[in-house]
Ligand binder design. Structure first.
Ligand code: UD1
Length: 368
């Protein structure tokens, strides 16, 4: 059977890969191998997600770890090249926009192995964002480009990608979201909100990890000051990304749980979705959370000047905010004035099924 490598490396990749893995296994027409680059390695950033998504252990763990962009990308490429040479896959599938995505697509293409990119075509048009470079390079060399929404198709066509390579399949992260929502029962929800000592619908969930928000002292201090102010009105739960925690420590910023502000270690997928589902609103700079809140119909404030996921604003519940207008927007939500939004087309839990069909035909067609 033709062989397909599914490549993941960082937290947001795992829930994008899992549904496709299960579809490929179900189809019984390709041999899948999971490659984990090790870009994320802490238990709660990696292994806990494999457990919650019920994935098997990866076939390869490259242990690339952290470092500068060049160091990390280079280590992933060197490790992945050995895997491709040993496995001789018929197709490599990469997900999202992290350094592992670009590193492995480049490596595969140079060894003449075709590449499929899941979550292609998203653009923030902001070159200061490392992910924007990763997206553009990956899309430029991929053979199959799976987009979540029409803006993705339009961006790719504008960049000269031939139409026959582009497949609009919907949002694969929503497949995982729907699956885990089905496993979160009332008991579990009650337990989680009790564990975090909050009432359902009566807290704000915060995640912030983008370098543009957390790498500089003044910005980070301003954000923490705002969160502490907000927590006087409503409890604020802030599971803190390792990057943010390390910056807080390195900059010697005083950030402790006080009053309604609860700073804590990152939480695993199942807990995070439970917390999200029951929050009053979410404040984030993550890409995926903008999409999950749109699906859940939950107000989302994105602390960024732009987004590569504009559909979450035009059709969903998301708005971009900055430190000047964040207070006004959160007050609007707290007083019950917020747009309803709707779920974009094809965010229906069947994206992996659509991708698997195309991938199976492509890999088998190439071999025969
Ligand atoms: C990466 C992605 C980003 C994604 C984010 C999700 C790139 C360029 N960035 O950012 O797109 O939104 O993951 O989480 O690929 N660290 C740990 N333990 C871990 C992983 C990281 O302590 O398991 C710490 C290290 O100090 C590391 C820092 O976090 O230096 C940043 O990790 P890195 O993978 O470089 O980028 P993220 O900020 O996680």
């Amino acid at each position: 059977m033709p062989k397909i490598l599914l490549v993941v490396g960082a937290r947001p990749n795992f829930m994008k890969m899992a549904p496709l893995y299960f579809e490929i296994v179900k189809a019984e027409r390709l041999t899948p191998r999971i490659v984990h680059t090790g870009q994320h390695y802490d238990y709660v950033m990696s292994q806990a997600f494999f457990e919650d998504l019920e994935l098997p252990q990866p076939d390869y763990f490259l242990g690339a770890g952290s470092g500068s962009h060049a160091e990390q990308t280079a280590r992933i490429m060197v490790g992945f090249e050995k895997v491709v040479l040993a496995e001789k896959p018929d197709l490599v599938v990469v997900f999202g926009d992290v350094n592992s995505t670009v590193a492995c697509s480049l490596t595969a293409k140079k060894l003449l192995v075709p590449v499929a990119h899941v979550e292609a075509g998203l653009r923030s048009f902001d070159e200061t964002m490392p992910e924007e470079i990763n997206r553009r390079v990956t899309d430029a060399i991929s053979d199959l480009l799976f987009t979540p929404s029409t803006d993705g198709d339009e961006n790719l066509i504008r960049e000269g990608v031939p139409r026959h390579k582009i497949h609009r399949v919907g949002n694969i992260m929503i497949d995982s979201l729907i699956r885990i929502l089905g496993k979160i029962n009332q008991d579990h929800q009650n337990r989680i909100v009790r564990q975090f000592d909050v009432e359902k619908g009566e807290y704000v969930l915060v995640t912030l990890h983008r370098p543009s928000n957390v790498d500089e002292r003044s910005g980070l201090e301003q954000i923490l000051k705002y969160l502490s102010q907000l927590s006087a009105q409503i409890p604020v739960i802030f599971p803190i990304h390792p990057r943010t925690r390390k910056n807080i420590e390195a900059l010697g910023i005083d950030a402790v749980s006080a009053g309604g502000l609860r700073i804590m270690e990152p939480v695993r997928y199942r807990e995070f979705i439970t917390l999200q589902k029951n929050a009053r609103f979410v404040l984030t700079d993550s890409g995926g959370i903008q999409e999950e809140t749109t699906y859940l119909g939950l107000p989302c404030l994105t602390l960024r000047p732009n987004t590569e996921r504009p559909i979450t604003i035009t059709e969903g519940t998301n708005e971009l905010v900055d430190m000047c207008n964040i207070e006004e927007h959160s007050a609007q939500i707290l007083s019950g004035r917020w747009k309803q939004g709707r779920v974009p087309p094809l965010w229906d839990g069947r994206t992996a099924e659509r991708i698997a069909k195309i991938v199976v035909d492509y890999a088998i067609g190439n071999v025969s």
